[in-house]
Design a protein around this ligand. Structure first.
Ligand code: GLN
Length: 488
């Protein structure tokens, strides 16, 4: 399907199409293309069509419908939904269906959006390529021998391949932005606390945020304005900060802005094609009226180390609940309670999840806590201060999203450290809690999409989205993937 969220809402509002027709088109696109990319863990055709009929009935009866009436959405499979399983792409939760619905899903549904299915991810959102899914591997929408990116790979591919106009992802260290950049779509990680995480399966609780993946920035603004807002069921949710967007309502000119560029983001390991497109993108921001300012982010080089200590520490604690008794897969070969716990966990978790639990347990253990975990918290403060200082001078900071375009399937699976380095530019926004967006800004020599990252001040998503909107206007950087070309 070619239409954006905005197009769909407008057309349905004018009576030019129906929710049923739109949802049927999304389901047909999934039926035609998903076998090639495998973005979906499950698809709920019947439920989606029934929900669409209800929207059409309300419209016909002149009843009020929400701002996303009739819009098909896909949900990352670590976000709880009633009626559909929530597997986290793990054997541990293979048969799990949540007894309650995530706050964001409730908000989407009450806005009239229609959940068509759940999307694949790296197990428990741990990974950068989608190759850690215990179910199957989603591949890139632009080339089947390239990775989808992770961990929200299924959501990004579903949007890039024109199967849905928008999807939700979660971002702990880059999991919305990285797959968005690898697939040429827009991905927004909101400010920490902006969007309720009630019903998001916890990975790194001081880092996790839910956000939209869409084809353009206006759609991201529309979806964010629906999912952001108060939720007393998430203690980290910042109250009294609804997101009211100018561009969602058609206002398209951002205020004059300055853009900071840090040499720390253009160092060793950055592919030439990515550097060239990102630099050209920064040049384009200049043409849109931005003043470019050199800034310094001296602690950026520690972001990866710091992130992989804090995220694993938090994961080791969050994942303790999967013991085969309280939650998760239960082994059938245990003679005592100790074996029950250990066999259930050995059988239920994949290799990367086990690695994270072991790393996290290690950095929290007596004798190592001060050297690793406490030190990482101190470095995190320094990283945050770097940003506070930079944002005294500039409104946004531009960088690459990832050092390379989508790498080849299998290229990094034997080398976890190389995989972790894909997150070198994304993790610092999570450590500091900042909003950050990935915007398509070009293609490499093989035709693979490249992403530009803009990070903004806390709660200034609207500025990021307005700039992104202007940036994409008149370009085709965010065109749909070749999979959508019927000539193929
Ligand atoms: N790739 C990072 C990791 O593996 C980020 C994951 C995420 O944001 N969920 O931890």
């Amino acid at each position: 399907m070619n239409q954006s969220v905005y197009d769909i809402v407008t057309a349905i509002g004018k009576g030019e199409t129906t929710a049923r027709a739109v949802v049927a088109e999304s389901l047909a696109a999934i039926a035609a293309r998903d076998a090639q990319v495998r973005a979906f863990v499950c698809v709920d055709g019947e439920g989606a069509l029934a929900a669409a009929d209800e929207v059409d009935r309300r419209l016909a009866a002149g009843e009020r419908v929400g701002p996303l009436a009739g819009v098909p959405v896909a949900i990352k499979d670590n976000i709880c939904t009633l009626n559909l399983p929530t597997t986290c792409a793990s054997r541990m939760l293979e048969d799990y269906t949540s007894p309650y619905e995530a706050g964001v899903v409730e908000r989407l549904r009450s806005a009239g959006a229609i959940v068509v299915g759940k999307t694949n991810l790296d197990e428990f959102a741990m990974g950068s390529s989608n190759e850690n899914s215990a179910l199957f591997r989603t591949v890139n929408a632009w080339s089947p021998d390239r990775v989808a990116g992770g961990s929200s790979g299924g959501s990004a591919v579903a949007v890039a391949a024109g199967m849905v106009p928008c999807a939700l992802g979660s971002d702990t260290g880059g999991s919305i932005r990285l797959p968005a950049s690898f697939n040429g779509v827009v991905g927004l990680k909101p400010t920490y606390g902006r969007v309720s995480r009630y019903g998001l399966v916890a990975f790194g609780s001081s880092l996790d945020q839910i956000g939209p993946i869409t084809r353009d920035a206006r759609d991201a603004a529309i979806v964010l304005s629906v999912i952001a807002g108060d939720d007393a069921r998430d203690s980290t949710n910042v109250r009294g900060r609804p997101f009211i967007s100018g561009i969602a309502d058609g206002e398209t000119t951002p205020d004059p802005f300055s853009v900071g560029v840090a040499s720390e983001c253009f160092g060793e390991g950055l592919a030439g094609s990515v550097r060239a497109s990102v630099e050209a993108g920064i040049g384009r921001l200049g043409e849109l009226g931005a003043e470019t300012v050199d800034i310094r982010l001296p602690h950026m080089e520690y972001a990866i180390a710091c992130y992989y200590i804090i995220a694993t520490a938090e994961a080791s604690s969050n994942l303790a609940r999967y013991d085969g008794v309280h939650y998760g897969h239960r082994t059938s070969r245990a003679d005592d309670i100790f074996e029950l716990y250990s066999h259930s966990r050995v059988e239920g978790f994949g290799a990367e999840v086990k690695r994270r639990i072991m790393l996290g347990t290690y950095v929290l253990s007596s004798g190592y806590y001060d050297a690793y975990y406490k030190k990482a918290l101190q470095v995190r403060t320094l990283i945050r201060r770097d940003f506070e200082k930079a944002f005294e001078k500039v409104d946004v900071i531009a960088s690459p999203v990832a050092p390379t375009t989508a790498f080849r399937v299998g290229e990094k699976t034997d080398d976890p450290l190389a995989m972790y380095l894909a997150d070198v530019y994304t993790t610092s926004a999570n450590l500091a809690g900042l909003p950050a967006i990935s915007i398509p800004c070009g293609f490499d020599e093989d035709g693979m999409p490249i992403g530009l990252q803009l990070m903004g001040r806390w709660f200034e998503e609207d500025r990021l989205l307005a700039i992104a909107h202007r940036f994409l206007e008149g370009t085709d950087y965010n065109r749909l993937s070749p999979l959508c070309n019927p000539a193929r």
